[in-house]
Design a protein around this ligand. Structure first.
Ligand code: TRP
Length: 605
């Protein structure tokens, strides 16, 4: 297991390189089972428990294989059918666009900005992820749980980012506390990777939730300071969004550099994404996109949105769940499942559009449809910068995980490089992006930042958000399959009111009398928290929380205030969503549509 303990900084050079010949050699010295039972594990790992079943059981495919080729229409046929329709929209769009005055991409900003000797030197001083950053990533658990205990992994990848905030430990096998550590203050460290999010557990077995400051320290990011927010407001003339000024977006990497560019009128762009998961998205899924849409309007810059339908297929490690899904959709072979994820992604894109992203400045793409051309070149460049050690260390993969997962990091990294989008930036590769994302996605961009320097590209900058609480409060799970755990974007006013009234965790007193006597706690009150995501009026928030603490404002009054706001937000969304036709869906994804990358001229003060 020694190979798993190397940090990403230690390149694989230290290990014997496993060439195909080397593997064959090792295999030849083993007593091999009959070929039909071959389990291609590396020999020195054979003392580990067997690898989980592969995601898709071939036997179940076979038993379903009736030779019937009816079923969902293949994507390419649908696309061909839609082509004519979407072409007319594309034509209209391009007619409009042709009237606009685009710069040559080379001239977006100055002659090869960033290429000057001085700029190069500046870059050189700022190479890659510092050793200290890497060290921090590895700080708490050099050997990720997943690597130590491949079969005991939680599969919280199948819950949304919001679910992940409050993982259900029911799915966890009891993790024994190692001997001799019973007296330690912490029984289990919190763990945050893009695939598993678990709060810590203290010595008494009590869940301690997620310590965000600790995550930030460990990831080597920076907390968003009041000064930074002040600078944002001064430069943009906009009050920071409630999600930003009330700390849902709480940490960053190099946000100040983006503000520098904004100040100087230099171009940059926004990048975010989504792994499609369920056809009906809930509030927690969409809040990050609402925030991103707001940010795009404030900065007036291009936005690219990556739909990782490939990721959903590759990285679903819960074989049972994937098999159940496969059965449900009557998939006859893996391809049908892949198509299913693609379709969910298309539905999700409509929701994302309805969050208010700017049509003329937004490109949304499904990996399964778009990856190729200049984008794929960057995937290749990026892929070569990642070692298996690196990926294992950062993401906690084990040797029994599929090879596609190891490579996927390169695909999520690639939209960070501007020349992946020639229709926006031409061949310019020196336009940096700002990535708003949940903190668990940071490992992807930590490796991206390291590789950017090796590739001669700009490092992406980031804004990190916390996970959003479910209706039932901090230690419960918001789940697409649990109707009452979340507000769905399809819920009507009546349903929203009912859900908040009967399910939103209350920080109020146990009885009305007690509430009046002792007051309530808005900090753990879900209605208050949900309201705080959207209510711009600080005075109003303050008077609600003061009243609540004093016991003069009741739980039901708090809930009423929340219901009014959330209903308004959801209704606005639904209005937008109803207007998203298939034509619009395709127009956003049209890779030939030109997008003007120029920043707005800064108005003179
Ligand atoms: N991996 C993300 C998810 O599962 C999707 C994603 C791709 C993403 N690129 C991103 C999220 C950039 C945030 C920022 O949801």
């Amino acid at each position: 297991m020694a190979d798993n303990q190397s940090t990403p900084r230690q390149p694989s050079r230290r290990e014997p390189v496993l060439t195909p010949g080397g593997v064959a050699d090792q295999l030849s010295r083993l007593e091999l089972p009959a070929p039909s039972n071959l389990n291609l594990e590396i020999p020195n790992r054979s003392n580990l428990p067997p690898a989980p079943d592969s995601a898709i059981s071939t036997t179940s495919i076979r038993s379903n294989d009736t030779g019937d080729i009816s079923g969902p229409e293949p994507e390419y046929i649908t696309q061909a059918r839609n082509k004519n329709r979407s072409e007319s929209v594309s034509e209209q769009l391009s007619a409009q666009l042709s009237k606009m005055n685009f710069p040559q991409p080379e001239h977006i900003f100055g002659p090869n900005e960033g290429g000057s000797a001085a700029a190069k030197e500046r870059n050189a001083q700022n190479q890659g992820v510092s050793d200290a950053d890497w060290a921090r990533v590895q700080l708490d658990d050099e050997v990720p749980e997943a690597v130590k205990e491949p079969v005991r992994m939680t599969h919280s990848r199948n819950v949304s980012r919001v679910d992940a905030a409050t993982p259900s430990h029911a799915s966890l096998q009891p993790s024994p506390i190692p001997e001799g550590t019973e007296t330690a203050a912490v029984a289990r460290e919190q763990k945050i990777t893009p695939f598993d999010v678990e709060g810590g557990v203290d010595a008494d077995g009590k869940e301690t939730g997620i310590d965000y400051e600790k995550v930030v320290r460990r990831f080597g990011a920076t907390m968003i300071s009041p000064d930074l927010l002040e600078r944002f407001e001064k430069l943009t003339g906009h009050r920071p969004h409630p999600l930003l000024r009330r700390g849902t977006f709480f940490s960053h990497r190099d946000f100040n550099l983006i503000l520098d560019r904004y100040e100087k009128g230099q171009p940059f762009y926004l990048y975010t994404g989504r792994g499609p998961s369920s056809d009906s998205m809930h509030m927690g899924h969409l809040i990050p996109f609402m925030f991103t849409a707001w940010l795009q309007r404030v900065f007036n810059v291009p936005l690219v949105v990556q739909i990782t339908d490939d990721e959903k297929y590759l990285l679903e490690r819960d074989a049972k769940k994937q098999a159940a899904l496969q059965k449900k959709i009557k998939a006859k072979k893996p391809l049908n499942l892949l198509d299913h994820y693609h379709k969910m992604g298309q539905d999700n894109i409509k929701d994302i559009i309805a969050c208010g992203v700017l049509p003329e400045k937004t490109f949304i793409f499904s990996n399964l449809s778009y990856v190729g051309g200049p984008f794929y070149r960057n995937v290749v460049l990026m892929g070569k910068t990642l070692t298996v050690n690196n990926v294992k260390g950062v993401f906690g993969f084990s040797d029994s995980d599929n090879a596609g997962m190891f490579h996927f990091a390169a695909i999520q990294a690639t939209p960070s490089f501007s020349n992946s989008f020639p229709q926006i930036f031409g061949e310019r590769d020196d336009i940096p992006c700002l990535i708003p994302c949940a903190i668990d996605q940071d490992p992807y961009f930590l490796v991206t930042r390291d590789s950017a320097d090796k590739l001669g590209y700009k490092k992406p900058c980031l804004l990190h958000s916390k996970f959003l609480p479910a209706l039932q409060g901090a230690n419960t799970k918001m789940s697409a399959s649990n109707e009452n755990s979340a507000i769905f974007m399809t819920d009507d006013a009546k349903k929203i009111a009912k859900k908040i009234k009967s399910h939103a965790f209350s920080g109020g007193g146990a009885t009305q009398e007690e509430h009046q006597r002792l007051g309530g706690n808005p900090d753990i009150d879900v209605a208050y928290q949900y309201l705080s995501f959207f209510e711009d009026d600080d005075e109003k928030m303050k008077s609600l929380s003061d009243g609540y603490r004093a016991g003069t404002l009741s739980t039901s009054q708090m809930k009423e205030a929340c219901i009014a706001k959330i209903t308004a937000v959801v209704e606005e969304f639904q209005k937008n969503r109803a207007a998203v036709t298939d034509e619009i869906l395709h127009a956003y994804q049209d890779p030939t549509r030109k997008i003007d990358p120029r920043p707005v001229a800064k108005t003179q003060e």
